[in-house]
Write a protein that binds this ligand. Sequence first.
Ligand code: ZN
Length: 166
Amino acid sequence: MVVSDFDDLLAANREFANDFNLSGFDGVAHAGIAIVTCMDSRIDPLRMLGLKPGDAKIFRNPGGRVTEAALEALVLGVHLLKVERILVVPHTRCAMASASETEIQERVGASAGQDASWHAFHVIENQEVALKTDVHKVQAHPLIPDTIKVGGFIYDVDTGLLNQLV
Ligand SMILES: [Zn+2]
């Protein structure tokens, strides 16, 4: 037996599995939706769009950026997993958009007790510009057809509302 630092979560998981009803269905996006959003714990990507498990492919990273890995996920989503609409959703009060690269490196360095200035965190200087660039990256990708709808939105963590910018 592995002595687990995760016992509380494993207990919760057994509860979850007791009335598990998601078995036996495929991994496609049943609502045809893919979402790229931030790792922020204030964001509940499915519920904020009225979706449920099985409906959407979700890709998260700090800031909700369209990175190479995000594009990889979106291409797979579009071609193999029935994605037809893509939402790129950064959010208000995002740590990645409210501090400088140096500030983040200094805060991580202070927590780690060592220099972190060598590590890139890709902070966002202007969230609206970054969002427009990211949406364009998806639209311009050679393997994302023009029939796929791509939208850029800012999620307001204080109201729960999405504001479409692109
Ligand atoms: Zn964030």
